[in-house]
Design a binder for this molecule. Structure first.
Ligand SMILES: CNC(=O)c1c(C)[nH]c(/C=C2\C(=O)Nc3ccc(Cl)cc32)c1C
Length: 279
């Protein structure tokens, strides 16, 4: 079904993703809640318009229970705005969960951390799988881009900086993108962003979910680059298990050749032993 703008009632602004603002909207016919991300493309340089087209086409092709679902897009040529219709996640994002834990001086339960880990690994296995001769790198994995449904399950979202790696194009156009705290050693050194860089960012996210702060923190990019390339970080709080710490030690290996791919976790006995009972 091709949607029109006046099929929706705008309820509230709920945040800003890459490129634009996100609104909670309700379909007037079905009363279904959705999100539309509004993007002003009028003053956008051509290469950014290309990234935007990339996000929309990537999302359309990605179907997975732990990736936010893309429904449709509406172009308004009069206002030069693009409306991307995406799945509404009533639980908000992990950045809000972390802020809430800091405020209440509490930690996330280990059981939830393992659930987030399994569900994001599963989502990234789909992204990093060769689908019609291309793989999809998210390139901005961070707590604010991971959303929760009403059952406490997570969904990877905001593919605004994502890019395809095509069989005949071995690397992404840029290398330095994304949130600096989660930037991998290879990207810090100006090397090509690749699927192992997504794994590093996932490690930073899981670490921050446990410690309520990123593994590498600095006042400036030079100091951050020094810490990231050395790869030394504190243990997560002692109440978290050694097996969770060991997984993080692997996700945050400086040498990307030694760092596991998302597929290396498929048959890992320790990981499987922490699978949520419902899976
Ligand atoms: C405090 N946060 C919220 O209330 C919140 C809720 C309930 N949902 C969201 C955000 C999204 C949401 O619910 N679905 C989304 C799909 C793509 C993107 Cl980029 C963002 C969202 C947010 C930020």
């Amino acid at each position: 079904m091709a949607y029109k703008l006046n099929d929706f009632e705008v309820l509230e602004l709920i945040g800003s993703g890459s490129f634009g603002s996100c609104y909670k909207v309700r379909c007037k016919h079905t009363h279904e809640l959705l999100v539309w991300k509004v993007i002003d493309y009028g003053c956008m340089p051509e290469e950014k318009k290309q990234l935007l087209v990339t996000e929309v086409t990537l999302l359309r092709d990605l179907r997975h229970p732990h990736i936010v679902r893309y429904f449709d897009r509406i172009v308004c040529k009069e206002t030069k705005q693009l409306y991307i219709l995406i799945e509404y996640c009533p639980g908000g994002d992990l950045a809000t969960v972390i802020k809430s834990c800091i405020k209440s001086n509490t930690y996330v339960e280990e059981r939830f951390v393992w659930r987030v880990f399994h569900q994001l690994i599963s989502a990234l296995q789909t992204c990093h799988s060769w689908i019609s001769s291309t793989i999809i790198l998210h390139r901005d994995i961070k707590p604010a881009n991971v959303f929760l449904d009403d059952g406490g399950n997570v969904k990877l979202g905001d593919f605004g900086l994502a890019c395809r790696l095509d069989a005949d194009q071995p690397g992404c156009i840029e290398t330095m993108v994304g949130t600096p705290f989660y930037m991998s050693p290879e990207v810090m050194k100006g090397e090509m962003y690749n699927s192992k860089s997504d794994v590093w960012s996932l490690g930073c996210l899981i670490y921050e979910l446990c410690s309520l702060k990123p593994p590498f923190h600095a006042q400036n990019i030079k100091e951050l680059a020094s810490k990231v390339t050395k790869g030394r970080f504190e243990r997560i709080p002692v109440h978290y298990s050694d097996s969770l710490q060991r997984v993080l030690n692997h996700l945050l290996l400086v040498n990307q050749e030694q760092r596991p791919s998302v597929f290396d976790f498929i048959c890992d006995s320790v990981i499987l032993s922490h699978l949520p009972s419902e899976s």
